[in-house]
Design a protein. Structure first.
Length: 192
């Protein structure tokens, strides 16, 4: 895989300020928003997000004039990180690369649930993110299938839906979620 041929990378880069101090504030706001959305859902307080980021509410609104702008930016940043993760694991053995990326995808689903409520599936940002995610993760499944370590009777959409279904369930903790994901992935792996 090459470095970042994904449409979402351009979206993230175009929204991030160029000045170092402004870029730091932007990144801190994204991190704070991601945490707040994971904890409190789509209704997380913008004032709380600004406080967590160590900036004033005016700085939040300068970077994200609307709540939707913040949702879109968090979502695009998360998908961008998923795309980078696919590139980072691509040189591992096929099964290890696929499962490492899917574990990262499972973590991403926590944030996605919170911001997804605010995004339309037909929006440009959603479509670019979906295209990027499939372009990044799809080849990992194909490589595992070609190596004979993953079932050939499924496609990437099937796999993402399975993991999304697992992550939609409430778990006692991350360790339990990881165990259930491992059990499900055993069903994806071919017998050796």
């Amino acid at each position: 895989m090459t470095a970042m041929p994904f449409p979402v990378s351009e979206i993230v880069a175009s929204r991030r300020p160029h000045r170092k101090d402004a870029a730091r504030n932007f990144d801190a706001l994204l991190t704070a928003a991601r945490e707040a959305f994971a904890e409190h859902g789509a209704e997380a307080s913008l004032e709380d997000i600004a406080r967590r980021a160590g900036v004033g509410i005016g700085t939040l609104y300068r970077n994200f004039p609307t709540r939707r702008d913040l949702f879109e930016s968090v979502y695009a940043d998360e998908v961008n990180a998923l795309c980078r993760a696919a590139v980072e694991v691509a040189d591992r053995e096929p099964w290890e690369a696929l499962t490492a990326w899917l574990r990262r995808f499972a973590g991403y689903m926590v944030t996605k649930r919170a911001v997804r409520e605010a995004l339309n599936d037909e929006s440009d940002i959603f479509m670019a993110c979906r295209e990027s995610m499939y372009a990044a993760g799809g080849p990992l499944l194909e490589r595992a299938q070609q190596a004979g370590v993953a079932r050939s009777d499924m496609d990437f959409g099937d796999l993402l839906r399975m993991v999304a279904g697992i992550t939609a369930t409430a778990f006692d903790d991350d360790a339990q979620r990881d165990r259930v994901l491992a059990i499900a992935l055993d069903g994806v792996r071919t017998a050796r």
